[in-house]
Unconditional design. Structure first.
Length: 254
């Protein structure tokens, strides 16, 4: 028995009459948070570039996919083999330059024919912006929407033009702060974020990845402050901002 079949058998046993009460109770709806959580744990492992952790987290994510396939099998809808066949057929059809006779020399040509294949499959709707999941994190969704619009020429030519737009939006945000209108502040801050995503796209940085890594960096440095304060027998609430800033600078040098 290969390892993949062993995993399928484990999943089937967990959902069987004599299986695990928790696994038997799960539904598509109840598993949604776990699917999202496992996906982000894979991203964290990739950020850390830890092969053992990547291996483990990919396994956890695979288990969620197998879980959903098992539930679908129980409903008589499809099973894991159908899922594998579906994606295999799709990849072959969308890569005629690899599995067929067509020739594409650049990634741009590949993307163009990919869209043509999706159109043939009936996957393209009335708007070029359709098909990007609303459930995506906002920074990632903004990037995907901007990239779609850029394909038809709705884009700046130079990163300097985007930076000028950012300066404009920051001034408008400053004016909103002076107005003290919460709605206006929210609108203008949203515009600032949106333009920052455009900047990240122009410089080849995924904004979601960049922010996630900055958050990890913040956590690491703040934990350093907490540990140093504890070593000195102090509580953070009793420290001055200047003292915490000094420890922050120490953490940056580590």
């Amino acid at each position: 028995m290969n390892n993949f079949q062993k995993l399928l058998d484990i999943m089937s046993a967990l959902r069987s009459e004599n299986g695990c009460p928790w696994d038997k109770e799960q539904t598509r709806e109840s598993l949604k948070p776990f699917l999202i959580e496992e996906t982000y744990e894979v991203l964290e492992a990739l950020d850390e570039d830890d092969p053992e952790k990547i291996k483990e987290e990919l396994g956890d994510l695979l288990f969620q996919i197998v879980f959903h396939c098992q539930m679908a099998k129980e409903r008589g809808e499809f099973d894991i083999d159908d899922v594998i066949k579906k994606i295999s057929d799709k990849m072959i059809a969308r890569h005629p330059h690899v599995f067929g006779e067509e020739k594409f020399e650049t990634s741009e040509e590949v993307v163009k024919q990919w869209e043509e294949r999706k159109r043939e499959e009936g996957k393209l709707m009335e708007s070029i912006l359709e098909g990007i999941p609303k459930e995506l994190p906002s920074l990632l969704r903004a990037q995907r929407l901007q990239a779609r619009a850029a394909r038809v020429g709705f884009d700046w030519k130079r990163v300097e033009d985007v930076m000028e737009k950012l300066d404009e939006e920051l001034k408008e945000f400053g004016a909103a702060l002076k107005s003290k209108s919460q709605k206006e502040i929210e609108d203008e801050l949203g515009d600032v974020f949106f333009v920052l995503v455009n900047v990240s796209r122009f410089v080849g940085v995924n904004p979601e990845d960049a922010l996630r890594k900055t958050i990890s960096k913040f956590i690491s440095r703040f934990r350093y402050i907490e540990m140093k304060a504890a070593d000195a027998g102090k509580r953070l609430s009793d420290m001055t901002l200047e003292e915490m800033d000094a420890l922050w600078d120490e953490a940056k040098k580590q």
